[in-house]
Design a protein around this ligand. Structure first.
Ligand code: PXL
Length: 278
């Protein structure tokens, strides 16, 4: 059984970070080891959230795992709360990177042209440094713009612009960069990736649903991790993840009784399992 370590917060209610990564990656057949970086009552988009910092536990967990010689097939990071945590995550990479495993960084710092409330431009630059240590990074356009000091362009950009962003992202040091939320035409949205070693671009687009929900980036990234660990190529894992995330949004949007702070991914997990058999 493959073993994944995922380092991100627990938002007790809010369907994001560890509360989606853990069920999704486990359901996809992997042992999911969690490093909770903080406990929040909800994600930071709901006002009044509580926050207990678990930074001090991070080095101890790392040291214990190292002492016991645990190995991981992937290390996947999501929302991280401070520069100190970024430095500690680098220690995890140093401790557990092997020739055969994957470091996957989802640089969760913002969306819709804005950084999340807890972050500033300086943090974006530090996150860019962490991306330099990864095999695969998966920013959205907002995160890419902030990490690269580029202007955020919401729409109307062309293929050349996206390709140049992808090249700049891999110039940070990551082997492969995937940009999410890319849209060249009305009604379609998807992902575009770049494998720097082979100078190859790849993409996948699907129908755009005109709404957004919190946590869908974490769902997407978790399914990509699970897909890769199931032996799918990155383009195939991206397709599975994009279709799954889009369907989660679709069924939530069309349910008048649905909650508004996240999507109903749980309902679709059995269908995701079926995908793995194909
Ligand atoms: O979904 C990303 C995310 C994860 N964790 C926390 C967040 C956010 C986005 O705002 O606030 C705590």
């Amino acid at each position: 059984m493959k073993r994944i370590a995922t380092i991100q917060d627990i938002s007790c209610l809010g369907k994001c970070s560890l509360t989606v990564a853990l069920p999704i990656i486990s359901a996809m057949g992997m042992e999911t080891c969690v490093v909770p970086t903080a406990v929040l009552s909800t994600h930071t988009m709901i006002s009044g959230f509580t926050f207990r910092d678990l930074t001090e536990d991070m080095p101890d967990i790392c040291d214990h795992w190292k002492k016991e010689n645990f190995i991981f097939d992937a290390i996947y990071t999501g929302y991280l709360g401070s520069k100190r945590q970024l430095a500690m995550v680098e220690d995890y990479f140093a401790a557990f990177k092997t020739e055969n495993n994957l470091i996957i960084v989802d640089p969760v710092i913002g969306d819709g042209g804005k950084l999340y409330p807890a972050f500033d431009v300086d943090f974006a630059h530090e996150m860019a440094k962490l991306c330099g240590k990864a095999d695969i990074i998966m920013p959205n356009l907002t995160e890419a713009a902030f990490m690269l000091d580029e202007e955020y362009i919401e729409s109307g950009y062309d293929l050349e612009y996206i390709q140049s962003l992808l090249k700049k992202l891999t110039n940070l040091g990551a082997k492969t960069a995937v940009l999410t939320g890319v849209s060249f035409e009305e009604g379609k949205i998807g992902v575009m990736g770049y494998d720097a070693a082979n100078n190859e671009f790849f993409h996948y687009f699907h129908k755009k649903i005109d709404t957004s929900y919190h946590g869908t980036g974490d769902i997407f990234a978790s399914v990509v991790v699970g897909g890769l660990m199931n032996g799918f190529s990155l383009p195939k894992a991206l397709k599975i993840a994009a279709d799954f995330t889009a369907k989660c949004i679709d069924i939530t949007f069309s349910d008048p009784n649905a909650i508004t702070y996240g999507v109903n991914f749980e309902y679709l997990l059995p269908e995701l399992m079926q995908q793995l058999k194909k």
